[in-house]
Design a protein around this ligand. Structure first.
Ligand SMILES: [Zn+2]
Length: 93
């Protein structure tokens, strides 16, 4: 079986608005067809790798059924946008 590139995203219904990265757009989980948020860098990664968008809930089920799951680390662009969103998240005091 070929290894699929699974891209895990937050389900829109479960997402904490503070955790949504600026510029994110909605996509659909290819397993349960619920809406998920996908960040710009993740979307780019998905298009480059022809990845499959999956929500966290379905992804965790897939990992349970996979005896040899492999994890791909974040791309530098994803890392940068995460960092940026954390910096914007400074609480107002
Ligand atoms: Zn799903």
């Amino acid at each position: 079986m070929d290894d699929k590139i699974i891209i895990t995203c937050m389900r829109a219904e479960d997402a904490d608005p503070r955790c949504i990265i600026e510029g994110s757009t909605k996509d659909i989980c290819q397993t349960c067809w619920k809406e998920v948020w996908i960040s710009p860098a993740t979307l780019k990664f998905k298009e480059e790798k022809n990845g499959e968008v999956t929500c966290f809930v379905c992804a965790s089920k897939m990992f349970e059924n996979d005896d040899d799951p492999k994890f791909i680390s974040r791309t530098p662009e994803q890392q940068a946008e995460l960092l940026k969103s954390f910096l914007n998240d400074e609480p107002d005091r």
